[in-house]
Unconditional design. Structure first.
Length: 84
């Protein structure tokens, strides 16, 4: 086997993909990730026996996605007005 000292470390993602440690400031992506975080936390709390109401998951999802949708639309309008 050839000595690979000095070679770049192997990529963990597909060829040409950005590094895995990059974070997006896009509100749509951020909102989806926060929604997954909250839903995962609710599921984890429920699995430990905490009394989680059935309505909490859909309300949290709609609130988070709606907030970040508002931010995304507001940001696009601001960008379009600033470009003119």
């Amino acid at each position: 086997m050839a000595d690979r000292m000095g070679d770049d470390p192997p990529s963990l993602g597909p060829v040409g993909a950005p590094p895995l440690a990059t974070f997006s400031s896009d509100p749509a992506v951020t909102g989806a990730m926060y929604s997954i975080l909250v839903l995962g936390t609710i599921m984890l709390a429920d699995s430990f026996g905490l009394p989680i109401p059935a309505w909490l998951s859909p309300v949290a999802t709609f609130a988070i996605v709606g907030y970040f949708l508002y931010r995304s639309v507001h940001e696009q309008k601001k960008g379009a007005a600033g470009a003119a």
